[in-house]
Design a protein around this ligand. Structure first.
Ligand code: SF4
Length: 347
């Protein structure tokens, strides 16, 4: 059952949507607008902002006016913040059933959301389940039942612009919870492994949790949670989607791990090329290989690449060597080839 967050469709046959969350103080309007623009530049498609108090809720109208990404207000504890957010023109709400569960309050929010045709995510979090709710049941089951209870409440109010998330820090609990709910509701699912950690470990935890679910056909939108700048979350999200062949965005760097056969510093070259690739938008596959023996063959499907040898490197396109470059020109030569492909378009 697809729904729209602003202009972005979630669910049905729509591509998996990448979202993130600002890390600025929402009451700091310029800083928040600035970070949302950074997120838009790095490919984020929907942005969520925390709304901890009235001042933050009152900032939403100005923020909304200044950004073009669809904006979701993240609401906990106080349903009145959701009403202020709706008046400010947000495109979506996230409500935590663990701390806003009162039927009357939900009914008031749902009526206002329905009038504005704004979807609501039932955002269950393992760390904030309703107190005293099925305390003996396994965690994944408690999460699912919490969501189902709130889904039934919203359905009883004739509201169906619903999205659901069931996030936990534990990857297996997260996977179990989403698998359990996938057959039980028609609503789009927002996937995430919450509080996943610093970029390196967090990216792995997210890739495993989100990746397994997406591969099983579960999930419609994803948010990678990292203790890092939100653009890093977006980057990791796209790498997960690209790995599964679900989305294409920007370049993919193939680089060999290096070994005793390499005669140049492959790691430094791969890092330098990777930094330069940040400005390229087209889905180009670039290979940095340590030797001519295996290089072009191992990266045959790369659009462009280099196989380095002693003092010189072979530049190749689609596995065919097209020129050579001396070691002091490796970066320059590979970037010239990439830029020419980027401006010419991919064959
Ligand atoms: S491409 Fe060459 S240098 Fe790189 S890992 Fe393979 S054999 Fe080693």
């Amino acid at each position: 059952m697809p729904l729209k967050i602003g202009k972005v469709t979630i669910g049905g046959d729509a591509p998996i949507v990448v979202q993130s969350m600002t890390k600025t103080d929402t009451r700091d309007i310029p800083a928040t607008i600035n970070q949302i623009k950074e997120l838009e530049d790095c490919g984020c498609e929907i942005v969520r902002v925390a709304v901890p108090d009235n001042e933050a809720a009152n900032s939403l109208a100005s923020i909304k006016r200044s950004v073009s990404l669809p904006l979701i207000a993240d609401i906990h504890f106080d349903y009145r913040l959701a009403l202020t957010a709706l008046r400010a023109g947000v495109d979506g709400l996230r409500l935590n059933p663990g701390n806003i569960g009162d039927r009357e309050q939900i009914a008031i929010v749902v009526a206002a959301a329905k009038e504005k045709k704004v979807p609501v995510r039932i955002g269950v979090n393992a760390g904030s389940l309703p107190a005293n709710f099925q305390t003996n049941a396994p965690l994944a089951e408690r999460m699912v039942n919490t969501a189902l209870e709130q889904i039934r409440l919203m359905e009883s109010l004739n509201f169906d612009l619903i999205k659901v998330s069931l996030k936990a820090f534990d990857v297996l609990t997260t996977i179990q919870a989403y698998q359990m709910i996938a057959d039980k509701t028609p609503y789009p699912l927002h996937l995430g492994v919450t509080e996943a950690g610093l970029p390196q470990t967090g990216a792995i935890r997210s890739a495993v949790g989100i990746g397994i679910l997406l591969h099983q056909g579960i999930g419609d939108t994803i948010r990678v949670s990292l203790s890092a700048h939100p653009c890093e979350e977006v980057l990791v999200a796209y790498e997960i989607l690209k790995s599964l062949g679900l989305r294409q965005r920007g370049p993919t760097l193939v680089s060999c791990p290096s070994c005793g056969r390499a005669e140049v510093d492959i790691i430094a070259l791969a890092e330098a090329v990777s930094n330069r690739l940040e400005k390229i938008r087209k889905p180009i596959k670039v290979a940095i290989m340590g030797c001519v023996v295996n290089g072009p063959g191992e990266a045959r499907d790369a659009d462009v690449g280099i196989a380095c040898g002693k003092g010189k490197g072979a530049i190749f396109r689609k596995g065919e060597v097209v020129s050579t470059a001396s070691e002091d020109r490796f970066l320059e030569a590979i970037m010239a080839e990439i830029n020419s492909l980027d401006s010419r378009g991919l064959e």
